[in-house]
Design a protein around this ligand. Structure first.
Ligand SMILES: [Zn+2]
Length: 115
């Protein structure tokens, strides 16, 4: 009785492969895929944890000197003021708010905040 052989490639070499070897390869590939998926999920979770850790560590801290920022309202703009290095910081969208103000608003703001 002639045994059925299939041709499979391994590193470019043609080798006769029996159906049971194909099965072994199939299950090994499935297992590798499953473990790769778990590893990738773990990696994504670690990145998310690291991002959250950094957010908590740096939240409302001056990006230049690390001093805690104080929110000081000026009109409808909330300026994040650093009393460590005298820096002024604006949240996303606040520069655009300033841009909409009348001419001279930025000068008024700077005069109010300078020492
Ligand atoms: Zn600072």
């Amino acid at each position: 009785m002639a045994e059925a052989h299939q041709s499979g490639e391994l590193k470019g070499i043609d080798m006769p492969v029996t159906p049971s070897e194909n099965e072994e390869e199939y299950f090994a590939r499935q297992e590798l895929e499953r473990r790769r998926r778990i590893a990738e999920e773990g990696k994504a979770a670690r990145l998310e944890e690291e991002s959250e850790r950094l957010r908590l560590l740096h939240y409302m801290r001056c990006p230049k000197c690390g001093t805690e920022l104080q929110e000081v309202p000026f009109g409808d703009v909330l300026v994040d003021k650093c009393f460590g290095c005298e820096g002024l910081w604006l949240d996303h969208g606040e520069v655009e708010k300033l841009e909409m103000k009348e001419a001279g608003f930025a000068t008024k703001l700077l005069n109010a905040f300078k020492r």
